[in-house]
Write a protein that binds this ligand. Structure first.
Ligand code: CP3
Length: 348
């Protein structure tokens, strides 16, 4: 089906757009009271993730309520460990927890490579429903965690400031670590192919914990696997967002992906120098959205100026925080739209 608004896809491909497209990481859920009402109806977070009708509903809410230029499927990166045989629980205020973790070769042997529909058919169904209900209004973004970030949760068992247990495995048992990373990578490729078949228009990899690694470790234990995924996905454009990995941008120039996401620690000018061929996504500090409206407008305009027009997808530098007011998000979105359109018009 022809999309009515394909700004995001054209920007990802480096084509001309009449303004800069905008969406927010973690826009589905977290900040909208309408999301909390649907989650209530589902029972729990995991029940919502595994209920295709309701997952589709919360995926579309930000398109209707915030007027973003894309929908991102409501799910979680942790559905992959679960599909491989390592289930998670989501504890209020504590975030995700794994009752069992991966520590040994025997643990890795017990994991299986996720095939796609078989274990994750509920995500495919949510994508099909979303695609039908969006009816071509905006593109649909699919996603997965990058292998290192998934590895970090599977070994550590929860979120962590340092991910010491996960990093200990990299240095003590690198062969084991590589075996686990390869199993995750193979599962992720199957999962992303399933998402493509179900109708996603573009895919994003979230490497949320990239910033805990040294440049050398990042290259060996993360980029090598991200690179395999980028090479395997040829059907739709791919975005790689590696939080905290400013040091890896020059090496990321070699990735077979269209867009690189930036957090707020990275400057657009520096990124443009080392990534001349990629579209860039980002990167307003989410905390700007706690400020007064004039300040949000000022900072958003400065961000648009820093990236310039073209080859840019506006976003925050990480997911929107749960206590941010949706009205502040609307100011950000409206400013991106009107200010970038003015700049395009002036440049003619
Ligand atoms: O972007 C979207 O809106 C789509 C949905 C989405 C969720 N999680 C829903 C969710 C996406 C893309 C994710 C990715 C994800 N999940 C990441 C990578 C992105 C990032 O922020 O770095 C990570 C690290 C996770 C793991 C995870 N899931 C954590 C740490 C938590 C708890 C804290 C929190 O709110 O992030 C979750 C739970 C989760 N995933 C919620 C949502 C809406 C909150 C649960 C709830 O309160 O309903």
């Amino acid at each position: 089906m022809q999309l009515q608004n394909d700004l995001l896809l054209r920007a990802a491909k480096g084509e001309y757009t009449e303004r800069t497209p905008v969406w927010l990481m973690r826009q589905a859920g977290r900040i909208l009271k309408e999301y909390r009402a649907t989650r209530e109806k589902a029972g729990s977070f995991i029940q919502l993730v595994t209920n295709p009708e309701l997952a589709a509903e919360v995926t579309i809410q930000p398109v209707d309520l915030l007027c973003v230029d894309a929908a991102i499927i409501f799910s979680d990166i942790l559905v992959i460990p679960e599909a491989m045989g390592l289930p998670y629980v989501m504890e209020e205020k504590k975030g995700p927890q794994f009752p069992n973790t991966i520590q040994s070769a025997a643990d890795i042997d017990k994991l299986h490579i996720a095939q796609g529909e078989e274990e994750l058919g509920y995500v495919a169904e949510a994508l099909r429903i979303t695609k039908r209900e969006l009816n071509g209004r905006v593109p649909l973004i699919g996603f997965a965690g990058a292998p290192f970030t998934i590895f970090a949760y599977m070994v550590e068992g929860s979120g962590s400031k340092t991910f010491s247990k996960a990093k200990a495995m990299l240095y003590r048992e690198p062969v084991l670590a590589h075996q686990l990373l390869q199993k995750i990578t193979d599962s992720t490729i199957n999962y992303l192919k399933m998402q493509i078949t179900a109708g996603v228009d573009i895919l994003q990899l979230f490497d949320s914990w990239a910033g805990v690694l040294s440049p050398e470790a990042y290259s060996e234990f993360s980029l090598a696997y991200i690179s395999q995924i980028c090479d395997a996905i040829t059907e739709v454009p791919v975005t790689v967002f590696a939080k905290g990995a400013f040091f890896a941008l020059p090496e990321m120039a070699n990735l077979n992906c269209r867009t690189i996401g930036l957090d707020w620690n990275m400057s657009a000018a520096d990124a443009r120098k080392v990534l001349p061929n990629h579209t860039l996504q980002g990167n307003l500090d989410p905390c700007v959205l706690y400020a007064e409206p004039q300040q949000i407008v000022k900072q958003t305009k400065a961000m648009i100026d820093s990236f310039g027009i073209g080859k840019h997808i506006a976003n925050l530098g990480h997911g929107v925080y749960p206590d941010i007011n949706p009205d502040a998000v609307r100011i950000f979105i409206d400013t991106v739209k009107t200010y970038s359109a003015e700049k395009v018009a002036q440049s003619k």
